[in-house]
Design a protein around this ligand. Structure first.
Ligand SMILES: [Zn+2]
Ligand SMILES: [Zn+2]
Length: 282
């Protein structure tokens, strides 16, 4: 669920959003003057992580920029970074693959002393809100004449898209869309599948299939209460001791791999759909 964060907690949340980015990071902040902690957060990023920095210019003719020279120099030294200046930018948010933080604060050290408020969104759980946020940026802010981004650069940024997988005994949703179980199963079978562990009793007599991460015996027990938040003990894929639930049956590392594999299969299906649509139009 989206929740409110304030002051120090908000700052921390922004820092973690920066350092926790995998495929992409979007920073929308009119004013940017980063301190050592934020620099450290940026330095943790993988070289392939696409970093998009959106900041304010007061007036295109004078080109008075909202980003300090020191911050620009530092960020410029990072690989795979895109700067976009936007006239009249006042919106502020920070987004990576997993989280979005919409905040009153700029990415400046002087904001540390201010009263600031924000909302942290889990992209997977509140996919619609996260999607609205990124669409607002791409289709309204960056596509407007106030932004200095070219179509080519915009395409490069858009190629990295949000992906959300929700999987539990009742449903499978990809990017907010309910997926037919058989269709999902065929995607799942393309992944690097081996046997799984029961997240409750660690039995290895079950297939790896995150939609059903309990062995038949434990599932029968679970079905009495059907509590999706009941805490279990093991990762369904690697068996390591980890706090899991029937809705979140994987440890962090396994989740990342599985999510990546399903995303790959999903993209294949989507591009196939696109080709079929094009052929039908002819
Ligand atoms: Zn079991
Ligand atoms: Zn695991």
């Amino acid at each position: 669920m989206a929740h409110l964060v304030t002051d120090r907690e908000l700052r921390h949340s922004i820092e973690v959003t920066i350092s926790g980015s995998r495929d992409f990071l979007v920073v929308v902040s009119p004013y940017i003057d980063i301190d050592e902690d934020i620099k450290k957060a940026f330095l943790k990023l993988h070289k392939d992580t696409l970093k998009v920095i959106v900041y304010r210019v007061s007036d295109k003719s004078t080109n008075q920029s909202g980003i300090t020279e020191d911050s620009r120099q530092f960020l410029r030294g990072l690989p795979n970074i895109e700067f976009v200046s936007v006239k009249n930018l006042h919106a502020k948010f920070f987004m990576n693959d997993d989280y979005t933080v919409i905040a009153s604060m700029n990415l400046t050290s002087s904001s540390n002393h201010n009263y600031e408020v924000g909302v942290e969104i889990d992209n997977k759980k509140d996919f619609e809100m996260a999607k609205d946020c990124i669409e607002y940026l791409f289709y309204e802010v960056l596509a407007s004449d106030d932004s200095d981004i070219s179509k080519e650069r915009l395409k490069n940024i858009l190629s990295k898209q949000l992906f959300s997988l929700v999987i539990n005994p009742n449903e499978v949703k990809i990017n907010g869309e309910q997926i037919d179980v058989n269709k999902f199963k065929s995607m799942h079978e393309q992944c690097n599948v081996k046997h799984g562990y029961c997240i409750r009793c660690e039995s290895t007599n079950i297939d790896f299939y995150p939609k059903n991460p309990l062995c038949p015996k434990c599932f029968t027990e679970w079905s009495i209460y059907r509590n999706s938040n009941y805490e279990e003990k093991h990762c369904h894929w690697c068996g390591v001791e980890h706090k899991t639930t029937i809705n979140n049956p994987l440890c962090g590392a396994c989740y990342e791999v599985y999510d990546f594999e399903i995303e790959r299969e999903w993209k294949k299906i989507k591009s196939k759909d696109k080709i079929i649509k094009k052929l039908k139009m002819k």
